[in-house]
Design a protein around this ligand. Structure first.
Ligand code: NAP
Length: 485
């Protein structure tokens, strides 16, 4: 893993700049803020290129930070020299005059095209548009730097970095401000093109930068965890785990990212994470929970019995699969009722249903599985000695104690898997679906006076169990719950 460090240099004298560069040859890049230099001569730029070539990044003052001081005539001359060199030029998309000049003159230049926002992190749609608008300039490297006002802003920037990396776009994505620090660590781990890291906190060129020593110290201990699925955008796991890290003060020891992995890339993902020294574990979701088993080194007995893995943990390159959906569902249920001997209707026979049926079976519930495809219901029922039926025979659930939805019906849609008339006030209704916060099934159940368990309760407890496997620390349940509201 190669981490490219860049030393920002904002100095007035060229001799000072040369001294800093020669004293710090352990840096990969030097970013030189040209219009701060008082004794700047063209031959300084020519000599730097000869000596350090691709290690040098130039930039001019940006309007959105400070008014440019250098005349356009002088900037043109400098751009001409840089365009014949292997040095980089960092231009902000607001520096239209300079960009236009490069385009008109068809100057071939190692361009870092930047977008800076010192007041906020734009929403995801705007970020997408910004990247798209940058395409026309065909930059060598895309750079987006925005003020993070919340942890969510930082997570969105990290998501953007992973997406651009997936598309093999060379990029630098930075969060400014205290809330953006995490993006500096993530950027290094995810091997973004350049990591800006001053020598001391006093030499920062942007708020939120860590010094090289700070970043190196963090990177020695930091471990990363993923939410790995396809799709990943909807996942609430990163915010839940990050809230837990924060509560325990271990937010610099662990980072949690979303990681989109297509089914065809699952094997490669496993090969890659086994070699990744930072990789601690992953929360696994649709569609990989079953398929992943064959690539793991060990499977815990519970996950083996269920036939699905929702968590993997890395111990020195040995990957073990666990299933925390069981504990998630059963803990959520046991907070409301005693399960033993209860009559339970479970709708669905997929991965989540398998985990829930296993947990209920262990607790002595009397279970009937209802599923769209009867064959799948039959297979699961036979494994655990339960009854089964199809979705046309749901009437009998009105006489049962607990109703559980373990299908995706209701996810991001106003639909329920069962008719409202089948629910009554004596029921305990549990929906595994966690988006929206309250599904149609939950709303119907509340209207009928039934007690309910939201999908987020299961999500919370499967997540806290994962958290404990990843960190070997007791999960701060309330802080993690708050992150899900
Ligand atoms: P899965 O393995 O793909 O299984 C889906 C099940 O739902 C199958 O039995 C399928 O029936 C059934 N189904 C799918 N679409 C249906 C429809 N339109 N009508 C009726 N039945 C339908 O998925 P999963 O992993 O079990 O996940 C199921 C849901 O639980 C998802 O919404 C997931 O987000 C949620 N979940 C929540 C948590 C949590 O922590 N809250 C944890 C895990 C899962 P067939 O067999 O006929 O295809």
């Amino acid at each position: 893993m190669k981490i490219n460090y860049c030393l920002p240099i904002i100095k007035e004298k060229t001799t000072e700049i040369l001294r800093i560069i020669s004293d710090n040859q352990n840096y990969d890049f030097f970013e030189i803020w040209l219009d701060y230099i008082k004794d700047l001569k063209i031959d300084f730029i020519e000599n730097l290129e000869k000596q350090f070539g691709q290690k040098i990044i130039y930039l001019f003052r940006r309007k959105n930070l400070e008014n440019p001081k250098m005349s356009f005539e002088k900037r043109k001359k400098i751009m001409d020299i840089i365009s014949e060199s292997s040095c980089f030029l960092d231009l902000d998309i607001s520096q239209k005059q300079d960009l236009k000049y490069l385009k008109l003159k068809s100057k071939k230049i190692n361009l870092i095209l930047s977008y800076h926002n010192y007041s906020q992190t734009p929403d995801n749609e705007k970020l997408k548009k910004i990247v798209k608008s940058m395409n026309q300039h065909k930059p060598e490297i895309y750079k987006i730097s925005a003020l993070c006002k919340s942890d969510n802003d930082a997570m969105r920037l990290i998501d953007l970095l992973t997406k651009l990396k997936e598309q093999k776009i060379k990029c630098i994505i930075l969060g400014m401000g205290a809330k953006g620090v995490i993006t500096r660590i993530a950027g290094a781990i995810l091997e973004q093109e350049i990591n800006y890291a001053p020598l001391t906190p006093n030499n920062k060129s942007a708020d939120g930068q860590l010094t090289k020593a700070q970043l190196e110290k963090i990177l020695k201990n930091v471990r990363i965890c993923y939410f790995m699925a396809d799709p990943v955008e909807h996942s609430l796991s990163p915010q839940m785990h990050e809230a837990g890290y924060k509560e325990l003060g271990i937010e610099k020891d662990f980072i949690f990212f979303r990681h989109l992995v297509k089914s065809k890339d699952l094997k490669k993902f496993i090969e890659d994470v086994k070699k990744n020294p930072y990789f601690r574990g992953a929360s696994i979701s649709i569609p990989h929970k079953i398929e992943i088993i064959k690539y793991l080194d060990k499977i815990d007995a519970v996950a083996q019995k269920i036939g699905a893995v929702n968590t993997i943990v890395n111990e020195k390159g040995i990957l073990t699969g666990y299933n925390t959906d069981v504990i998630g569902a059963i803990t959520a249920l046991e907070k409301k009722t005693n399960i033993k001997n209860k009559l339970v209707a479970i709708i669905g026979a997929g991965g989540a249903a398998r985990a829930i049926v296993y947990g209920l079976f262990k607790k002595g519930a009397r279970i009937k599985i209802f599923n769209r495809s009867l064959e799948k219901a039959k297979k699961l029922a036979e494994e655990f000695g339960c009854k089964y039926g199809n979705l046309n025979s749901l009437e009998e659930i009105s006489k049962m104690d607990i109703i559980i939805n373990a299908t995706p019906v209701g996810m991001n849609e106003d639909k329920s898997p069962i008719d409202k008339k089948l629910i009554n006030k004596d029921h305990l209704v549990f929906d595994a679906v966690y988006t929206p916060y309250q599904t149609r099934l939950i709303k119907d159940a509340k209207q009928k006076g039934a007690r309910v368990i939201l999908g987020r309760e299961m999500l919370l407890y499967q997540g806290t169990a994962q958290f404990e496997l990843f960190t070997n620390r007791k999960a701060p349940i309330e802080a993690m719950r708050k992150a899900l509201i």
